[in-house]
Design a protein around this ligand. Structure first.
Ligand code: NDP
Length: 460
C-alpha cells in the first residue's frame, strides 16, 4: 500500500514534468511550464526523503540546502550570454552525481542482482563520459585558451573506438564480478573519463550547441541508469524524459546546422585549406555607413526586418531594439524579427531576450517563415549576427558551413550590418555578405549603434 501511494505520487510528478516540457515549447507558456516542472521536482524530492529510510538524513538535507543555495545564486548571477556554460556544468554535475550514487550503491550491496550491476556499470560509464565531456564543453564555451580550438591527434577515431570497447569490457567485468567492487568500478570510471575528454576535444566552433544537447541527453540516460541501480521509478522516468528530449533536441539542431551527429562528433567544422581568407573576401569591397545615413534609408520604407545574433546578447541591446521597434512602428513601418534556430549561444537565446522586452510573439518569425519575406524587405538590420546570415552556406560547397540553413538576408534591398569589426563569428570564417553590393556596415557596439539609430530616426 505504502509503495503504491509513493508510486502514484511519482506518477503525478512525472505528469507535471511532461506538461512542464510541453509548456516550454512556446514563450507564452514557458514560465508556467518551468513552474510545473519545478513543483514536480519538489514533490518528488520531498516524497523520496519522507518515504525512504535514508541513512544520515540530516546530511542529505544539509546537502540539499547547500546545493539549492549555490544553484539559486548561480542562476541569479549568471549573465544571459554565459547560460550555455551553466547548462554544460549542470549536465556535468548530473553525470558526476550518477557516478557517485552508483558507486555508493555498489559498495552497500550485499548480493547485487544482475539488473543492479548492469545499471551500475551503465551509470559509471555514461556518467563519467558526461561529466568530463561537459567540463571540456564548459572550457570551450568559456573560451579558455587551451580548449578554444578543436584539438586533433592522429588515430583519434581509432583511439575513441578502442576506449569505448575497453570501457564496455570493464563494464562487463563489473557485472561479472561485482564482489570486486570499487577497484574495477574505478577502472571503468577512469577509462570512461578519458573517453569523455577525447570525444569532446575535437568538437569545435559552431557545433558546440549540438554537443551540449547531446551531453544533456547523456546526463538523463545516466540518471535513468542510476534509477535502475536504486530501483527508483521517479529517477527512471525523469532520466528517460531528459534523455529522450535531449536526443530529440540534438537531432533538431543537427538538422538546423545541416550536420550529421557523426560529423559533429568528429569535429569536421572550421576553416579548411580551401576557405578564402578575410583579405580575399573583404579587400576594397566593404562600405561603412553611419547611424544618420541608415535612418535616412529607413525614411518612408514599408518593411524592416531585424536579425538579432550573439552580438545583441553581448551588448545587451534588446531594450534599445524595443525602443527602435516602437519608433519605427509609430512611423507605419512594419517591423519583424527573423530568428535563426541557433542564433546566439543556445537554442531560443534570441526569443528569450526579445520576450524579456515585450516584443510581441507574432513579430518573431522563424527561419522558414522569415526567408520568403526578405525579398519584400526594404532594409534588414543584422544586429551582431554573423554565421547565421553567411551566404557561403548556400553558395559555396567548399565552405565549412556549406549546407547549413541560413537566413537569406542578402535577398533584401539593403542590408545594414551592426558589429564592431570584420572579425568572424563562432565558426571562425569570413562572411562575403559584408562585401556584398547591397550591404552597408555600421561599425560599433550593438547597443550604442541602435541608440544612435533611434535618435537619428526620431530626428527625421
Ligand atoms: P556569431 O558568433 O556568428 O557572430 C556574432 C557576431 O557578433 C560577431 O561576429 C561579433 O563581431 C559580433 N559582436 C560581438 N559583440 C558585439 C557587440 N558588443 N556589439 C555588436 N556586435 C558584436 O553569432 P550568430 O548569432 O550569427 O551565430 C551563432 C553561432 O554560434 C553559430 O555559428 C552557431 O552555430 C554557434 N552557436 C550557437 C549556439 C546556439 O545554440 N544558439 C550555441 C553555441 C554556438 P565583432 O566582434 O566584429 O563585433
Amino acid at each position: 500500500m505504502r509503495d503504491a501511494v509513493i508510486n502514484l505520487i511519482y506518477l503525478a510528478a512525472s505528469v507535471l514534468f511532461i506538461f512542464g516540457i510541453k509548456g516550454l515549447t512556446h514563450p507564452r507558456t514557458a514560465v508556467r511550464g518551468n513552474l510545473l516542472s519545478a513543483v514536480g521536482m519538489l514533490t518528488a524530492v520531498v516524497v523520496t526523503l519522507l518515504a525512504k529510510d535514508i541513512v544520515g538524513l540530516p546530511v542529505v538535507i544539509a546537502g540539499l540546502v547547500v546545493g539549492a543555495a549555490v544553484g539559486a545564486v548561480m542562476a541569479v548571477k549568471i549573465q544571459m550570454t554565459a547560460m550555455p556554460q551553466l547548462v554544460a556544468v549542470f549536465n556535468g554535475f548530473g553525470g558526476g552525481a550518477s557516478v557517485c550514487v552508483a558507486w555508493a550503491a555498489l559498495i552497500g550491496a550485499l548480493d547485487p542482482k544482475m539488473q543492479m550491476t548492469v545499471a551500475t556499470a551503465a551509470s559509471g560509464l555514461i556518467g563519467a563520459v558526461t561529466f568530463w565531456g561537459s567540463m571540456i564543453a564548459f572550457a570551450k564555451l568559456q573560451e579558455i585558451k587551451l580548449f578554444k580550438r578543436p584539438m586533433y591527434f592522429s588515430g583519434q577515431y581509432a583511439v575513441n573506438a578502442l576506449l569505448f570497447l575497453v570501457a564496455l569490457g570493464v563494464g562487463a567485468w563489473v557485472v561479472a564480478q561485482p564482489e570486486r567492487g570499487t577497484s574495477v568500478y574505478f577502472l571503468l570510471v577512469a577509462v570512461a573519463s578519458v573517453l569523455g575528454v577525447t570525444v569532446t576535444i575535437p568538437i569545435g566552433g559552431a557545433d558546440m550547441p549540438v554537443a551540449i544537447a547531446l551531453l544533456n541527453s547523456l546526463s538523463g540516460l545516466a540518471a535513468a541508469a542510476t534509477g535502475f541501480v536504486l530501483s527508483n521509478n521517479m529517477l527512471i522516468i525523469a532520466g528517460s524524459l531528459v534523455g529522450a528530449s535531449g536526443i530529440i533536441l540534438t537531432l533538431i539542431m543537427c538538422k538546423a546546422m545541416n550536420r550529421t551527429l557523426f560529423n559533429v562528433l568528429s569535429g569536421k567544422l572550421g576553416p579548411t585549406g580551401t576557405t578564402a581568407t578575410a583579405d580575399e573576401v573583404y579587400a576594397g569591397k566593404v562600405k561603412s555607413t553611419s547611424a544618420e545615413e541608415v535612418a535616412l534609408l529607413m525614411d518612408g520604407v514599408r518593411r524592416v526586418m531585424i536579425v538579432p545574433g550573439y552580438g545583441m546578447a553581448v551588448s545587451q541591446a534588446q531594450y534599445a531594439v524595443r525602443d527602435l521597434y516602437n519608433a519605427l512602428e509609430a512611423r507605419d513601418v512594419a517591423v519583424d524579427f527573423a530568428i535563426h534556430p541557433v542564433a546566439g549561444r543556445m537554442p531560443g537565446h534570441m526569443n528569450v531576450l526579445l520576450a524579456e522586452v515585450d516584443i510581441p510573439y507574432d513579430k518573431l518569425q522563424e527561419m522558414d517563415l522569415a526567408n520568403p519575406m526578405f525579398e519584400q524587405t526594404d532594409v534588414v538590420i543584422v544586429l551582431g549576427a554573423n554565421d547565421v546570415v553567411n551566404p557561403d552556406a548556400r553558395q559555396n560547397p567548399d565552405s565549412p558551413i556549406a549546407g547549413m540553413p541560413i537566413l537569406d538576408v542578402d535577398k533584401a534591398k539593403t542590408v545594414v550590418i551592426i558589429k564592431r569589426s570584420l572579425s568572424p563569428g563562432f565558426a571562425g570564417i569570413p562572411n562575403p555578405l559584408f562585401a556584398a553590393d547591397n550591404t552597408l556596415m555600421l561599425f560599433g557596439d550593438g547597443k550604442q549603434m541602435i541608440q544612435e539609430l533611434l535618435a537619428a530616426v526620431k530626428d527625421l
